[in-house]
Ligand binder design. Structure first.
Ligand code: KE4
Length: 424
């Protein structure tokens, strides 16, 4: 196939043939389709295959691909130029929309990726508190900053150990990694490390070990503990922001973090990230404060145009109801189909992000997620791909419904599931 040929060609010049590792299909094996174009809920590869897309560029394409009004807005913006490296009016419009949609964000800084958003938020939290250590959770992914590529230290040591070559042990020393949904572990750590923890950062609904929702009381407990210890609570809503609700997971669960990281959807498919929060914290950032952070293309007019138009369309009445209706239908019918074939799967869904775990039981953290049968997932994945359903190539990623998925798309997906399970 042309994809196979292109993959071999790409590997000559690009590590693994891809510009982001998960795209290489390493865990599911096989050749990733090279995508040539997309429209609505569909992507089309260079061999002319048509797929129903549940990856949505890993979250951003909640309207579906090539939304006419987003494309028109981009064409108009293009006529003015591509980048000025100077303030523009549209950045105020975006900042107004974000601070209005997410009340805990009183001020916001635009950046170019989710990684930059979490880097900025953590540096400001450290600058504001004068503390160095941070707490993160096993299985949560916050981008590829050195000190976030850290797994739990072995045994009782609180210090993290690097999760990637090239991360100096010293950089991992200030990162403490705890089990997700384990409030007691957080309480103990904050008490033992009293006065040294700058921030707790988490995905309020995890999307990077499959979908793992917070256990009831977990988020509220974190809020109380962080307040008690003057530790900054950072919600990494790069994936959940404008995904699980207009106001993100924090609006769904009624929790007010001190800072929030955003990305994906707010760029409408172009490179955008953002971090924001309490005014007294955000006023620590250059040029008005002592914490430095910068970016040549931050607030780029084309990227902000795509993001702003996407959010304006997404903010119209009825959008989240439609996403919920279609996601609920896929889940309910999918469960019935799966039950006809096997008991060894469980569905998890929050809003329009969902996943199918090849494990029959409660997945509450990284340890339990590791019980999934990835061999079964891989066979299911390829059986779906062969039938024109494009899923994330990992048991530990999620599926996204878009406003463009039709009932026909969902029914085709369900039929493909029935056959895919039949092949297990
Ligand atoms: P980026 O730097 O990739 O824009 O964002 C990093 C990031 C931060 N926080 C959360 C909760 C995220 O999910 C991500 C990125 N997500 C992955 C997929 N789960 C992006 C896909 C990829 O790495 O290619």
């Amino acid at each position: 196939t042309r994809s196979e040929h292109l993959f071999e060609e790409a590997k000559k010049y690009i590590p693994g043939g891809v510009n982001s590792p998960v795209r290489a299909y390493k865990s599911v094996q096989g050749t990733p389709p090279f995508i040539s174009w997309a429209d609505g809920a569909h992507v089309y590869d260079v061999d002319g295959n048509d797929y129903i897309d549940y990856v949505g560029s890993w979250g951003p394409m909640i309207l579906g691909h090539r939304h006419p009004q987003v494309m028109d807005a981009l064409r108009k913006a293009l006529d003015n130029g591509t980048s000025f490296g100077a303030p523009t009016e549209i950045e105020i419009e975006m900042a107004r929309l974000l601070t209005d949609a997410v009340p805990s964000i009183e001020m916001v800084r635009m950046v170019n990726s989710g990684t930059e958003a979490t880097m900025g938020a953590i540096r400001v939290a450290r600058g504001y508190t004068g503390r160095d250590k941070i707490i993160k959770f096993n299985g949560c992914y916050h981008g590829h900053a050195d000190y976030l590529l850290v797994r739990a230290g072995s045994g009782a040591t609180t210090f993290g150990t690097p999760d990637s070559k090239g991360v100096p042990a010293d950089f991992a020393r200030n990162t403490i990694t705890l089990p997700y949904n384990n409030l007691e572990a957080v309480r103990e750590t904050l008490t033992r490390e009293k006065g040294t923890i700058a921030a707790v950062i988490l995905e309020p609904v995890v999307g990077n070990m499959g979908v793992v929702p917070p256990r009831s009381g977990f988020l509220q407990g974190l809020r109380e503990l962080c307040t008690q210890h003057d530790t900054i609570l950072i919600f990494d809503e790069v994936m959940t922001g404008f995904r699980v609700a207009w106001g993100g997971a924090q609006s769904l669960y009624g929790i007010t973090p001190d800072m929030t990281c955003l990305g994906k959807i707010i760029g409408g498919g172009l490179p955008v990230g953002a971090y924001g929060g309490r005014r007294d914290i955000m006023e620590q950032i250059a040029p008005i404060g002592p914490v430095y952070q910068a970016g040549t293309l931050s607030g780029n007019p084309l990227a902000i145009t795509a993001g702003l138009k996407t959010l304006q369309i997404l903010g119209r009445p009825g959008t989240y109801e439609l996403l919920e209706e279609h996601s609920q239908y896929l889940e309910a019918e999918g469960k019935k189909i799966a039950a006809r074939h096997t008991a060894d799967v469980s569905f998890t869904r929050v809003g329009s992000m969902f996943c199918l775990f090849f494990f029959n039981g409660d997945i509450t953290d990284y340890e339990t997620a590791q019980q999934c049968d990835t061999g079964k997932f891989n066979r299911y994945f390829h059986a779906m791909l062969d039938q024109g359903v494009y899923l994330a190539p990992s048991q530990f990623e999620v599926g996204f419904m878009s406003l463009a998925h039709s009932e026909e798309d969902i029914d085709k997906t369900l039929k493909a599931m029935d056959k895919a399970f039949g092949k297990q």
